[in-house]
Design a protein around this ligand. Structure first.
Ligand SMILES: Cc1ncc(COP(=O)(O)O)c(C=O)c1O
Length: 474
């Protein structure tokens, strides 16, 4: 136990109590935040204090004033966006990460943090069955994993053309062409903007009726851009249906044309951990770089993404940065050589702890359970009067629609009904879903990513949706 006179004792005890109360109440409180923006402002907007405040008062007021403004996404009935929970060891490791407050840029500055990433990076390649000699980086999320991978791609492609792009910059270099699927995630678009390629460099490749990139369309696009530096971006896990591209067919086509193949596998890459599911991502290991998240399916707290790159040298050339006051060491791994940040959070500890707690089989179990639950929710809703399922989830994502019962109802009426149902579900506090557009139709997305979701949660959520549908009849 800490000494009573430690300035940390009271605030940390308060934080522990509040954290446990929050986690324990997830089952009995609204999944959706209940306070409006103006209510939260009224609670949190205070005059800037001139004088210091006692730390315990600050923590107690933070807990009190954020009430109603927190979604219950660490619980089992949150199916909005693609958001995972946090397994206990990983959450605890994340707390320790803040406590230890290591600057995990280099081995010398934070030795244990560097080794944690070194070890966990190798574990991740093993778990995801990626090339064991690929390089890696622990970044803030899949968005920055894209940036990391595509910066390596930029270096690799220009090096092949005899250009030192890190020195000469993009001006004057032949432009990179990006061939991507039409449902390219917006985080990849931002990476493309940040790296100076510009979204105008993207050419969208046609997809088939399953939303997978068509091989003939890819071949034609590659032929049109023969001789240019090309990056092909494929998708493991589309956010509405969970469908992945046919990597085994597409990647060899792209590689034969000299393109760099990058995969957005934010959650879909995790299909690799299941014997049942990995058939959907066969051949993904043939790509040049892979971006994924820890804070989605690995259930690590936020601030956890992973980049993997086949061409280690291109990856290192894109990031390695030396300065006179920083020592170089060859025996251990300096994260600064692989990461976009300089000073950084020692985020490897949380991943290290999640993998240790779950083991290979625990990770597989989470992934398979989430897929089973997504299937049960989507097909369960699909059987309800006034609803229809638009896909049969092959992974952990699905789409449903709610129907206006009037015989002359239009697509707009169904869209309105879908939005109303989502609103009423959120207001019930029983589950959290978000609407979207899919193939031009207004839909409600179902995305299951949390280790906490159980069969009982699924049954409860289906009851809640059923009740909402009945409320329209009253
Ligand atoms: C398919 C896909 N790619 C990329 C991202 C971006 O990931 P992050 O928010 O971790 O940067 C997401 C996030 O939901 C995603 O679903």
């Amino acid at each position: 136990m800490p000494q009573n006179n430690s300035p940390f004792a009271q605030p940390l005890h308060l934080a522990l109590d509040a954290a446990l109360e929050h986690l324990d109440s997830l089952d009995t409180t609204s999944v959706a935040a209940t306070a409006s923006a103006s209510e939260l402002r009224a609670q949190m907007q205070k005059p800037l204090n001139n004088a210091p405040l006692p730390a315990e008062q600050v923590v107690a007021e933070l807990v009190r004033d954020t009430r109603g403004g927190l979604h219950g996404n660490p619980g089992g009935r949150f199916f909005g966006w693609v958001i995972g929970g946090s397994v206990p060891a990983s959450l605890a490791a994340d707390w320790l990460t803040s406590t230890w407050d290591q600057n995990a840029g280099m081995y010398e500055v934070a030795p244990a943090a560097a080794i944690a990433e070194e070890v966990a990076g190798e574990w991740l390649k093993d778990i995801l069955d990626l090339p064991r000699d690929a390089s890696f980086a622990f970044v803030t999320g899949c968005q920055m994993a894209h940036v990391t991978c595509l910066a390596a791609a930029r270096n690799g492609l220009y090096t092949k053309l005899g250009l030192d792009i890190e020195k000469c910059g993009l001006a004057g270099a032949p432009p990179i062409r990006i061939l991507a699927t039409a449902h390219l995630h917006s985080s990849a678009l931002r990476a493309i903007r940040l790296l100076g390629f510009g979204t105008g460099s993207i050419e969208y490749i046609a997809v088939d009726e399953n939303e997978q990139v068509r091989a003939d369309a890819l071949r034609e696009a590659l032929a049109r851009h023969r001789g240019e530096p090309v990056i092909v971006i494929l998708q493991a896990g589309e956010i509405h249906t969970g469908v992945s591209d046919n990597f085994a067919e597409l990647i060899p086509i792209a590689k034969a044309a000299g393109a760099w193949v990058h995969v957005d596998g934010a959650f879909g890459l995790w299909a690799r951990v299941s014997e049942k599911l990995r058939v959907q991502v066969v051949g993904i290991e043939l790509a040049d770089s892979w971006a994924t998240d820890g804070h989605k399916w690995l259930n690590v707290p936020y601030d956890s993404g992973f980049a993997f790159v086949r061409d280690r040298d291109a990856h290192r050339r894109a990031f390695s940065q030396k300065a006179a006051y920083l020592s170089t060491n060859t025996e251990t791994r300096d994260q600064i050589d692989w990461n976009p940040e300089f000073s950084r959070r020692a985020r490897g500890f949380a991943t290290y702890a999640a993998i240790r707690q779950l083991g290979r089989s625990g990770i597989t179990e989470i992934v398979e359970n989430c897929c089973r639950h997504a299937y049960a929710i989507v097909t369960g809703i699909g059987k309800m009067k006034g609803a229809r399922a638009l896909n049969k989830p092959c992974l952990n994502q699905g789409v449903v629609q709610f129907l206006d019962p009037r015989s002359d109802a239009t697509a707009e009426d169904h869209a309105r009904r879908t939005d109303e149902v989502v609103e009423r579900i959120l207001a019930s506090g029983e589950a959290f879903f978000k609407p979207s557009y899919w193939k031009g139709e207004r839909v409600m997305r179902v995305s299951v990513c949390s280790w906490q979701t159980t069969d009982a949660d699924v049954a409860r959520v289906l009851r809640a949706v059923e009740n909402v549908l009945r409320s329209f009849e009253a």
